[in-house]
Ligand binder design. Sequence first.
Ligand SMILES: [Zn+2]
Length: 353
Amino acid sequence: MSHVSRRELLFGSAALLGLTMNDWESFEKEVLSAYPAAEVGKVDQVADEVYFHQGNILQGHCNNGWVVFEDYVLVIDANFPSGALEVLPKIRALTDKPIRFAFDTHHHGDHAYGNQVWHDNGATPVAHTGVIEEMKKYETGYYGSTPGRWEDAAKTRPDVKASKLKPPSVIFPRELIFDDGKHRVELLHLGVAHTNGDAFAWLPKERIIFTGDVCVNGPYNYVGDGNVEKWIVTLEAARKLGARIVCPGHGPRDADTVLADQQKYFRTLRERVGALVKARKTAQQVRDSVEQISVEIKADSSIARYVGPSLNAQAEKVYTEMTGGKFPATQKSARAARQLHAHAHGHDLLYRV
Ligand SMILES: [Zn+2]
């Protein structure tokens, strides 16, 4: 699809959502500036036989990693089918060892819908048990009930339509270790965060962590399926591992500071919303303060990059966790945020992931 027609499509959807072209343009600018094109799609060697690949968010792709063991390759995140098909030949170009395992950091489509592609190429999808529980909740079509997220995604993504859901069949309740004496990768569930089934890939020898969407590096935080309060605690546990390099779920890889920044962003948001709740502000008043919160967070250079149009939904989620209440007109704003998140993940705008 050409850039122009894509923009038209996006704006058409934005208008439906009641967003102005300005909102839309500022978001596109934020995404693009947070996501330098030169880094996207490059095979980035992080350590000996350890690789990172920054996915193109405008195609909905997540970041990938892979580790070349003595006898096999472990891939970190399955991506969408189209993302898997992009990364697969890049791995094949580096090694002819079999790709045996594809680790889903969580159940979202941009991290797990490519499982079938990896399976077709000899790999078994692996995940924390929570991924299966989340899939049972959201992938109702697969589990014999009404159409779920996969079927929604298939309406707008030809790559999803052409593939099928393949839930992980090697699952672990807390951790799973790959260790051939040379390389060691620990898959670790450290608590609820972005979802109820997040796990990290931790390489203790190289002190590299692949975080999935528990940690992103840019305005990509989607809070709809997780819990922000617990997320902060889970990030603390991840920080304690002592990573030197952080490979996030979206956005460029970075030093250990990105875990601290992501945590500080959520802490700041909870502080700001919490102060309003404590001052007995109404839901409407809290919602009306989101713009001011945005200005305050943007003034802090360590976390400014996390602010995007999903801030309203993030603030509402925090408010709901604190009070059980919702913002007024929540249906529209939550839907708008979901759609913007979908856009942040590069999907067309008619479904959520
Ligand atoms: Zn996600």
